[in-house]
Design a protein around this ligand. Structure first.
Ligand SMILES: O=C(O)C1=C[C@@H](OP(=O)(O)O)[C@@H](O)[C@H](O)C1
Ligand SMILES: C=C(OP(=O)(O)O)C(=O)O
Length: 742
């Protein structure tokens, strides 16, 4: 479909030639006209079919143009001036001009100088694409697909012209974003220009060496990968460095400082510091690789930020086998936190490599802690002591994880530096005053977003004093936050819980040699002690095991064993509730591992009956209710849950989300402010929404075992926060599950 009249491409190199080729291939212009200095280039471009026509001079083209036509200038950065001079005073009203230069500040200055003002129809831009190849021969019609183009509009720009240029780039498959000129030059100075400086300089350094023959002959992967961009067009890059001098110099200085620091680390043979630099870099690069890989399958997705991972589950079947689910999320978080604050090296086994626990790990790396791994659940934390954390260079982003944000708030309140915690869309809606308020009572300066939501900003250097805190809700996160702040508070910090909640923080503190007292429902500790590193063996997460426990409990013919599961008394509500509903559940091989009780849990199918869930079990099974409500839907009679208002402030409102989903599957249920009534019945198939909540997604997946038709669950991407290999394990035990992206 023709969207544009004439598009003129000035400069038929890789960048200009590829845009011309892309436009022609998609037949979106009435005419694509090329302009190149050399007649051979014009001829070649025409032969290749990259342009409809080509001219050696702009003069032959300008008169043909009218309002709405676009000129794209793709000549070396410092040659742009000449083109602007040629255009001055000769453009028909409404002709739009844009460019593709890698530096924008110098081009903006040139435009202002040459035109005497900034013409509203000149829109500066920069496609982030290219390769070390150059010339029209390298032109490629798909070069811009899924690549970014940065437009840098200025105040004088006509918004319609900016829109037209964005449309041009969209037409060849690019993603368009806008940025101020300065920011563009700073970002590109670091991400593109600096790497080119380093590659050119490294190859030049080695080329001068008399042994270079040998060096080049034997230089395999590393040298080749690293220096690919030193084959880029020398003149073009010379011009880029000259045009973006200030930003490039800043980037070189930053890099030189870091390089001399690394030199010093190597000369001192400081293995820990070196591990720190390399592990930080590796994890950053791995995340970047993931991002890039994502792009491949995002190609067909409308909105890359909200990709919809859909689980399609076939109905019926049973689950059998013996499996080990990943490590406990709560303990994984705490192992990184306390390991970092300890003195000495903590070796962790069984660490959960899910997004939530990884967010905590990254936060401590960002605060200067050297952490090796994770590799197959093994992590080594080089503790820095209670006062050894360093100020992070920006906000600590903890994704979807409430536990990270609330526990970190307590630790950060005790630091001398100011810090900020941010999270994803779901976490940004969750209440943080429950930790901000007690921390303020202790003397911390804590700011939150509107209505006590994230971000949480904790000012450094406050002198904390101990408080005697009576928690208004049964929350292990709040308890842990106050106790962790108590490590830094003058006096004895006391927390009283209205009902028992998970006690992993207390257990692990004791495991690290810190005295923690319990008197009835009050837990207390004094500051002034120290944590001593200890090895941690993290058991499998009972909250993850729950999905398979419920699966076996509802699907006739099932017999499943979940090994090495943590059965801490403050976590076994799910076992007690399922047993009361009539489940056939046995604990085998009970033992203690690193201060936490562990067992293998075997569940064989037996018919379930509805019950009134005892309120004292609610905090002990708080994360298990989405799955338990599926069990309730498959039980005979009515199940009533009360005293569970906390479920409304998890990753989503879990009462409403379960009610919506169960109703969509034909189950009668009615939510109440603090719980839900579910009448057991027959599950039909259907489509349900997980609201981006991992536990809702996994619960409806196992529900399919008892459904009469297939179930599709929408927005399951967040399953990776707590259970990265859920899909694989579900398939192993017999659930017919398919993952699609829509
Ligand atoms: O302390 C913890 O590790 C957790 C405590 C619970 O939250 P609350 O403290 O909000 O009940 C639980 O829901 C969460 O998954 C993990
Ligand atoms: C509530 C949960 O986690 P968090 O509060 O850490 O986000 C959960 O995992 O169910």
């Amino acid at each position: 479909m023709t969207q544009f009249n004439k598009v003129v491409i000035v400069g038929l190199g890789l960048i200009g030639g590829s845009l011309a080729a892309g436009l022609r291939k998609r037949a979106v212009c009435r005419e694509v006209i090329g302009v190149a200095r050399r007649p051979e280039t014009c001829l070649k471009a025409q032969e290749m079919g990259v342009v409809d026509s080509a001219y050696c001079s702009l003069d032959d083209v300008l008169e043909q143009l009218e309002a709405g036509d676009i000129i794209f200038i793709a000549v070396p950065t410092l040659t742009l001036r000449e083109v602007f001079k040629a255009l001055k005073g000769r453009l028909a009203e409404g002709v739009i001009v844009t460019d593709g230069a890698s530096v924008k500040g110098s081009v903006e200055r040139d435009v202002r100088e040459i035109f005497g003002e900034f013409p509203p129809a000149v829109v500066l831009g920069h496609p982030i694409a290219g390769s070390e190849k150059s010339g029209v021969e390298a032109a490629e019609s798909e070069l811009y697909v899924d690549h970014r183009v940065i437009l840098t509009p200025v105040a004088e720009n006509d918004p319609a012209a900016v829109k037209a240029v964005a449309k041009l780039w969209h037409a060849v498959g690019a993603e368009v974003l806008e940025m101020p000129v300065d920011e563009h030059d700073m970002v590109l100075g670091c991400t593109s220009h600096l790497p080119h400086v380093i590659a050119f300089s490294l190859v030049d350094t080695l080329a001068h060496d008399s042994k270079n023959e040998n060096i080049f002959r034997y230089a395999a992967g590393g040298f080749r990968d690293f220096t690919r961009i030193a084959s880029s067009d020398a003149i073009m890059w010379r011009d880029i460095m000259l045009a973006n001098k200030a930003s490039v110099l800043d980037a070189i200085d930053l890099f030189s400082d870091n390089l001399s620091r690394l030199r010093d680390i190597i000369s001192r043979e400081d293995a820990v510091e070196m591990t720190g630099v390399f592990t930080r870099a590796k994890s950053a690069r791995d995340r970047f690789t993931n991002m890039l890989e994502h792009k491949a399958y995002l190609r067909n997705m409308q909105n890359s930020e909200h990709k919809n991972v859909v689980y399609s589950v076939a109905p019926g079947g049973s689950v059998t086998g013996t499996i080990r689910v990943p490590g406990d999320k709560s303990i994984s978080h705490r192992s990184i936190m306390l390991g970092s604050l300890a003195e000495g090296v903590t070796r962790i086994e069984g660490f959960l490599e899910g997004e939530d626990a990884l967010a905590t790990l990254q936060a401590f790396r960002d605060m200067g802690v050297v952490i090796e791994g994770p590799e197959n659940g093994a992590v080594t934390v080089h503790g820095v002591g209670l006062h050894g954390l360093k100020q992070p260079s920006g906000p600590l982003y903890v994704g979807n994880s409430g536990t990270s944000m609330r526990l970190l708030s307590g630790i950060l309140a005790g630091q001398s530096f100011t810090s900020e915690l941010t999270g994803d869309e779901s976490l940004s809606k969750r209440p943080m005053n429950r930790v901000a308020n007690p921390l303020r009572e202790m003397g911390a300066t804590v700011e939150t977003g509107e209505e006590g939501r994230p971000p949480v900003r904790v000012s450094g250097g406050s002198a904390l004093h101990a408080i005697d805190y009576v928690m208004p809700m049964a929350s292990a996160q709040v308890k842990s936050c106050v106790l962790l702040a108590g490590l830094y508070a003058d006096g004895e910090t006391k927390v009283t819980e209205p009902a028992p909640t998970r006690d992993h923080t207390e257990r692990m503190l004791r495991g690290f040699g810190y005295q923690v007292n319990r008197n009835g429902s009050t837990i207390s500790l004094r500051s002034g002690g120290k944590l001593t590193a200890a090895d941690i063996d993290i058991p499998a997460d009972i909250s993850s095991a729950t999905f398979f426990m419920v699966a076996a409990a509802i699907a006739p013919g099932s017999d499943i064993t979940l090994t090495h599961v943590g059965i801490n008394p403050t976590r076994i509500g799910v076992i007690n509730i399922l047993r009361e509903m009539g489940a056939n559940l046995t604990l085998q091989n009970e033992r203690e591992v690193g201060g936490e009780p562990v067992a293998d849990i075997r569940v064989q199918y037996a018919p379930l009956k509805g019950i009134a869930i005892p309120e004292d079990q609610v905090p002990l099974a708080i994360d298990e209710f989405p799955a338990l409500l599926v069990a309730a839907a498959c039980a005979e009679g009515e199940t009533v849950l009360t005293g569970a208002e906390e479920l409304r402030v998890k990753e989503t409102d879990r009462i409403q989300a379960m009610a919506d989903g169960l109703q969509a599957l034909g189950i009668e249920c009615s939510p109440t402010p603090d719980g839900i009534r579910v009448i057991g019945g027959t599950l039909t198939g259907g489509a349900v929404e997980s609201f981006h909540d991992h536990r809702i997604a996994m619960s409806f997946t196992v529900a399919a075992l008892r459904a009469s038709g297939p179930i599709t669950v929408n927005n399951c991407a967040n399953v990776t926060t707590s259970f990265p290999n859920f899909v694989a394990l579900a398939k192993t035990v017999g659930i017919s599950l398919e993952v699609n992206h829509s």
